[in-house]
Design a protein around this ligand. Structure first.
Ligand SMILES: Nc1ncnc2c1ncn2[C@@H]1O[C@H](COP(=O)(O)OP(=O)(O)OP(=O)(O)O)[C@@H](O)[C@H]1O
Ligand SMILES: [Mg+2]
Length: 168
């Protein structure tokens, strides 16, 4: 099964694509991956807007003359959900190494951490960047054992008698 949404390449496309992804995944019964999927969708759509769209928060009509589209597509498979984002820029992205002080350059790193696999491929009119989110917990990460419960210690008697002053 799959579901797609075409959006104008403006910043509000990010929140629209998140709402679309949540609705789709909840409908498919894949709510367990919604948190990760929303981060991946946000990062990929933000990148697509930065590469091809208008990034001013309240653009003027004149800025929207040559407005491009981006497309978000979710593909539901037996063991995973693939997030695909299409944009009209043919340049294929690469994960960059962000310096310790860098304020950007970590989006694709985050996608790589959350998704089992990610990549991109050229299409006739631009490219698709995709990321695959597993529906099964990975065997290398067993669930954490429950925390041991601390036993309550008895409260010791005061070492000196407590003097209670009565208010005259
Ligand atoms: N859809 C895209 N089209 C063209 N270039 C892209 C695309 N996505 C990413 N890139 C390129 O890859 C680089 C790394 O992307 P990444 O998302 O990791 O960092 P960023 O967008 O620069 O910063 P951040 O996501 O941390 O705000 C980008 O700076 C951009 O040059
Ligand atoms: Mg980014």
């Amino acid at each position: 099964m799959s579901n797609r949404l075409d959006l104008a390449a403006v910043l509000t496309a990010v929140s629209c694509s998140r709402a679309f992804a949540k609705l789709t995944l909840d409908t498919w019964g894949a709510s367990s991956i919604v948190d990760d999927a929303l981060i991946v969708v946000s990062e990929l759509v933000t990148n697509a807007i930065k590469a091809t769209g208008v990034t001013t928060p309240r653009p003027k009509w004149t800025e929207l003359d040559e407005l491009k589209c981006v497309t978000v597509r979710l593909v539901g498979l037996d063991e995973c959900v693939v997030v695909e984002v299409w944009d009209v820029d043919s340049h294929l992205p690469e994960e960059s190494e962000a310096g310790i002080d860098a304020e950007s350059g970590r989006g694709l790193w985050l996608v790589a951490e959350l998704a089992g696999k990610w990549g991109s491929y050229p299409v006739a009119n631009g490219k698709v960047v995709w990321a695959e989110l597993s529906l099964r917990p990975t065997s290398s990460q067993p669930p954490a054992p429950p925390l041991t419960k601390r036993r309550r210690k008895p409260v010791p008697e005061p070492r000196v008698p407590i003097f209670i002053q009565r208010d005259p």
